[in-house]
Design a protein around this ligand. Structure first.
Ligand code: THU
Length: 135
């Protein structure tokens, strides 16, 4: 797990961060007031955004990173290479366990966790989810 900053990222990863920040603007989070944005990049370079969407029945809330992955998959994508997740946290946001398992499903190699100040952690799936579930 590598700690870095937005300014030190390659241009394509800076673009992925920017897409996650834009996606976060659509967060529907009237219950937690915790807005999350995410963006997924495919092997071909296409980018899909997602945000968290909450519900009065709290258990139905869906995380931003899962919505971004599902948006890509629903568009027919299968080769997901990188994801960036952002929230207004002191340290780079930590994705929940369910989202880590969904990242594993699509074998996303590069995972960027960020905050709104541009602090970034770059990590692998194995670092985030050792011994994840598989069939
Ligand atoms: N949330 C995410 O979008 N991603 C995570 O990895 C953790 C939590 C959302 C779910 C809920 O809308 C809000 O943050 C508070 O838990």
């Amino acid at each position: 797990m590598q700690d870095t900053h937005l300014a030190a990222l390659s241009p394509d990863l800076q673009m992925l961060y920017a897409a996650a920040v834009v996606a976060r603007q659509n967060s529907y989070s009237p219950y937690s007031h915790f807005a999350v944005g995410a963006a997924v990049r495919t092997a071909e370079g296409r980018i899909y955004g997602g945000c968290n969407v909450e519900n009065a029945s709290y258990g139905l809330c869906c995380c931003g990173e899962r919505n971004a992955i599902f948006a890509a998959v629903c568009a027919g994508e299968r080769n997901l290479e990188a994801i960036c997740v952002v929230a207004d946290t002191e340290k780079p946001v930590s994705p929940c366990g369910a989202c880590r398992q969904v990242m594993r499903e699509f074998n996303i190699k590069t995972i960027l966790l960020g905050n709104m100040a541009g602090a970034i952690k770059i990590c692998t799936l194995e670092e985030l989810l050792p011994y994840g579930f598989d069939l």
